[in-house]
Design a protein around this ligand. Sequence first.
Ligand code: SAM
Ligand code: SF4
Ligand code: F3S
Length: 463
Amino acid sequence: MTTPSLRKPRYLIWTVGCQMNKADSERIETFLDRQGCVPARALEEADLVILNTCAVRRSAEEHTEGQLGQLAGFKKRASHLAVAMTGCMVMNDTTQMQRRYPMVDLFFNSLQPEALQQLVNRPLDQPVPMSFDPTPIEMGPEALSPALHQLRSHEVMRYVPVIYGCDEHCTYCIVPSRRGRERSRPVGEIVAHVEELVSEGAREVTLLGQIVDRYGHDLSGRPDLAYLLERLSLISGLERIRFLTSHPRYIDERLIDAMRDLPKVCEYMHLPVQHGDDAVLRRMGRPYKVADYEYLVDHIRARLPNCSVSTDVIVGFCGETDEQFSHLLSLLDRVRFDVVHVAAYSPRPDTPSQRHFADDVPGAVKKERLWRVEALQERIGREINETLVGTQQEILVEGREREGSSRWKGRTRTNKITFFSIQDTTGDNERMDYTGHLVYVQVVQASARALQGRAILPALVEA
Ligand code: SAM
Ligand code: SF4
Ligand code: F3S
């Protein structure tokens, strides 16, 4: 029998932030599994908690701080519990962080989960030593071990980072300072990664990068995203490929052609505009004008008629006047995005906007502007989705709507979440697991955020 001190820790990973963090947490999970650790079912059972954090807005940090406060209380009763922190809240120099978050035993770079070794190989029947030497956090060209990508959760849709970091200079953004310079992963490594995911059950991959359309410029031979999409399209068993986030400045004809010509590449683009006023865009350090952006979207829609387009916008940026805000609303009205993610400006430490501009839009005004964007987009999103009622959409089934539910969920090629029933004349409805199948769903109802429908079977397109 294993003695308690030789047992490997049971772990919990708590993840906030963007898809990049989710992908990083999966690597951490894989690393821990390979070390012989097992996931804990609840905090009470855990020996190791890993917080994968986000710093994009102050509210994201506060969320993590709330978790840390609870963990500090919990640690008083469970002295064997180790807490490790990673993600974008963790800075290169952790001295300040150690003072601020004394309940954290280890700060590490999420791309280097090997740093967790010291917490994995400790005796579990003893308290965690008072202070671990924190591993220096380097955001350099990490050698990613391709062997570290094994799947555990057998999900149908997986995230695959293809370019790390960001070299852009948006004045409000903390990401470049926390994620480092741009580094692309070699094509061969990504292909091997995706093949492995497919062999474990993935049917769709979303390629990730802060500016995914800059993929490859730093690699020898300068492969681009279009080339990568071509290579990945050859993987049999992979049904769909998406990518995000695209930057308006770096989209080119080759990429649009690839989207048009490669059937596995879905008609969906996440293309943050950030604002609808040229002066605000300039202050934000975004290198285009509103008219350039609109021209680009018109062009994309002309070349890819069914392409859905989503965006990010920030309200209440430094100096944003009522009139400038109204320009944002008009842009949203003209472009009619499928989805808009809106955030209130949050000054971040050591960003150009925090250093040079006053955060002069009052909190109440930011909130009101945020609601106005949400209300407008609610109407536009609903109107767009209502045009799909009565159509048939190809859906990749991701699983049951909820555990135990008889309904299913999945996404259209245009990334619209869809809930549906399946009437299957060929099989036992109750027992069939349609996860991973492509089905055609008749849309019967639509809201701004989701579609409802029923699948027409036996029209299973492919297993
Ligand atoms: N790289 C992507 C891009 O260029 O849009 C996404 C970066 S960021 C992780 C995601 C979104 O957070 C941004 O598009 C922006 O709208 C928002 N964001 C970034 N910094 C922010 C800040 N200081 N306050 C409010 N929202 C912010
Ligand atoms: Fe931030 Fe701009 Fe880079 Fe996106 S492109 S991560 S918003 S600096
Ligand atoms: Fe993502 Fe948040 Fe970092 S949005 S890149 S986890 S700051």
